[in-house]
Design a protein around this ligand. Structure first.
Ligand SMILES: Cc1cc2nc3c(=O)[nH]c(=O)nc-3n(C[C@H](O)[C@H](O)[C@H](O)COP(=O)(O)OP(=O)(O)OC[C@H]3O[C@@H](n4cnc5c(N)ncnc54)[C@H](O)[C@@H]3O)c2cc1C
Length: 401
């Protein structure tokens, strides 16, 4: 039945002004607190991060001066209740990651590692003494942490780690090496996973312990505004009190990765939004063949395609976050979103770089920086292939890896 114009509600006639970065109005689904967190971090990124992050990336320098303001906003360990942490929900954590990564994946990596890979396991698996000793310091940024799981011989297969710890009296002696560890050289405490006679256990290895070394890995072309390190353990003696008592086996590190991967699904949306914004602005200004290049059909299709990809990623992360807050999120759902959203962001960043032509290779514009950063993001916390295989296992019930 056709509907006459008189029966169409005013809302249906009104032109709704959509936000090009949020075509499905995810913002409209957020609580007041979630909007406040998003806007606070967005303002910080606009005012303090964007003006300097390009040169920090060029200089291969982690902007340590941003740690204090990030901590003061309550962004470190934001999901933890108590211990001077903000106790925010999972959507807030996701929005924090999104806005920080709109600035740079390196900054978001710093917060992801500190929050999900260091503070989370200390809170979830640590003794009360360990929580009291470390969480307030890590929340205030006075201490920095790192997470050592990956080893030089192959990160995708952590069950086969070679790092070993054995008991001697009331101490543990650790030997082995870890590689590609974010924040490693900066860290006051390293959450290190090692094989023992009781299975895989987590240890809090402290800076300066004899036999522990954490040199920085230089010459990266990706995540240049982040510190990445090797960790070496040569008969490092760690008191019994530094072992995480609450977990043993591979589920310990994997449960940390689930937290961090969830944050990444949101973070990369921010990187993609930054690239779409740059591509929109540039193609509207760029006059070719007598008109802005954004007026051509091909460019509009490409911009629309970026928006389609970003929008679907936003809805995936929003649904994932709501499930997480209800305690219903499964690791394979996180894998699907990490795979989808990081691939989305890489595709958007590359296309944005191309739409800028020659200017796209310049550090004056953000797409190439995001594009290079995302090469790390698609590899760490489980490569794209590993996440595809996790989803394949969910579908078939058979592990192909
Ligand atoms: C910048 C950066 C920061 C990082 N930060 C941290 C950190 O803080 N802590 C930490 O512990 N780790 C960290 N990592 C390590 C990261 O998690 C690993 O690099 C990642 O898990 C892959 O391990 P790998 O590099 O050893 O590659 P490999 O595991 O050797 O994989 C090589 C290739 O084989 C593929 N592959 C693996 N298994 C299969 C299979 N069954 N079938 C088909 N293909 C397969 C992979 O997809 C990949 O393409 C970081 C890495 C980078 C680059």
């Amino acid at each position: 039945m056709s509907q006459s114009a008189e029966h169409v509600s005013p809302a249906r006639n009104a032109k709704i002004n959509l936000d090009p970065m949020d075509l499905y109005d995810v913002r409209g689904e957020l609580s007041d607190e979630e909007i406040m967190v998003k806007d606070t971090v967005a303002r910080f990124v606009d005012e303090k991060v964007l003006p300097m992050i390009g040169s920090a990336f060029e200089d291969h320098r982690f902007p340590a001066e941003l740690v204090e303001p990030i901590a003061q906003m309550g962004l470190l360990g934001s999901s933890i209740e108590g211990y001077d942490c903000a106790g925010l929900n999972s959507i807030c954590y996701g929005l924090i990651c999104q806005e920080l990564e709109r600035g740079d994946s390196g900054l978001r990596s710093f917060v992801s590692v500190q929050s999900s890979l260091v503070m989370y396991p200390i809170h979830a698996f640590g003794s009360e003494d360990q929580r009291q000793q470390w969480l307030p310091k890590l929340a205030s940024g006075k201490a920095i942490g790192c997470f050592g799981l990956t080893e030089p011989h192959g990160g995708s297969d952590p069950v086969n780690m070679k790092t070993r710890a054995h008991r001697e009296g009331n101490e543990w002696v650790i030997n082995g090496a870890k590689m590609w560890i974010t924040n490693g050289t900066l860290a006051d405490v390293a959450v290190v996973w090692a094989k023992t006679d009781e299975g895989i256990r987590g240890f809090l290895v402290e800076k300066g312990m004899p036999g522990f070394d954490a040199p920085e890995i230089k010459h990266k072309f990706s995540l240049r505004a982040s510190v990445t390190s090797s960790l070496f353990f040569d008969n490092v003696r760690v008191p019994e009190a530094n072992m995480l008592p609450g977990v043993s086996g591979i589920k310990g590190p994997l449960s940390c990765l689930t937290q961090a991967r969830y944050g990444i699904t949101w973070g990369v949306i921010g990187a993609a939004q930054a690239c779409l914004r740059e591509a929109l602005d540039y193609t509207q200004e760029r006059i070719l063949f007598g008109r802005p290049v954004s007026h051509t059909q091909t460019v509009q299709r490409r911009l629309a395609d970026m928006s389609r990809r970003i929008t679907t990623a936003q809805l995936l992360s929003l649904q994932l976050g709501r499930k997480k807050d209800r305690g219903e999120m499964s690791p394979s759902q996180v894998s699907l979103a990490k795979w989808n959203n990081v691939r989305m962001a890489m595709d958007v960043a590359r296309d944005a770089r191309d739409l800028l032509g020659g200017a796209g290779i310049s550090a004056e514009y953000c797409p190439i920086r995001h594009m290079l950063n995302l090469e790390s993001v698609i590899t760490y916390e489980g490569t794209e292939t590993v996440h595809e295989l996790i989803v394949g296992k969910e579908l078939t019930g058979v592990s192909a890896f």
